[in-house]
Design a protein around this ligand. Structure first.
Ligand SMILES: [Ca+2]
Ligand SMILES: [Ca+2]
Length: 95
């Protein structure tokens, strides 16, 4: 029996793998896989990543080791950033 947090972490890993294993390196997201993931899993966010230039820019920012792919560590950094922004959004005005 997993806790909510444990199952959330397992879900993030499963979502990453679902897209990363589609093409090329099974453990990394190439740009087209990242695009599909954002499109299907973060539809609100993709509103801001409409054109190719915005996607290129996002990939460049995520790809901290410069191998032109997004590995799990780079992905989870991105997910935490987005989660922090969501948290701020939902808690603003509390104080
Ligand atoms: Ca891949
Ligand atoms: Ca990378």
């Amino acid at each position: 029996m997993m806790t909510d947090l444990e199952s959330s972490m397992a879900t993030i890993i499963a979502v990453f793998q679902k897209y990363s294993e589609r093409e090329g390196d099974k453990h990394k997201l190439k740009k087209s896989e990242l695009k599909d993931l954002l499109h299907d899993e973060l539809p609100c966010l993709i509103e801001h990543v409409k054109d190719q230039a915005a996607l290129d820019n996002l990939m460049e920012n995520l790809d901290t080791n410069g191998d032109a792919e997004c590995d799990f560590q780079e992905f989870i950094t991105f997910v935490s950033m987005v989660t922090v922004i969501c948290h701020e959004f939902f808690t603003q005005g509390d104080e």
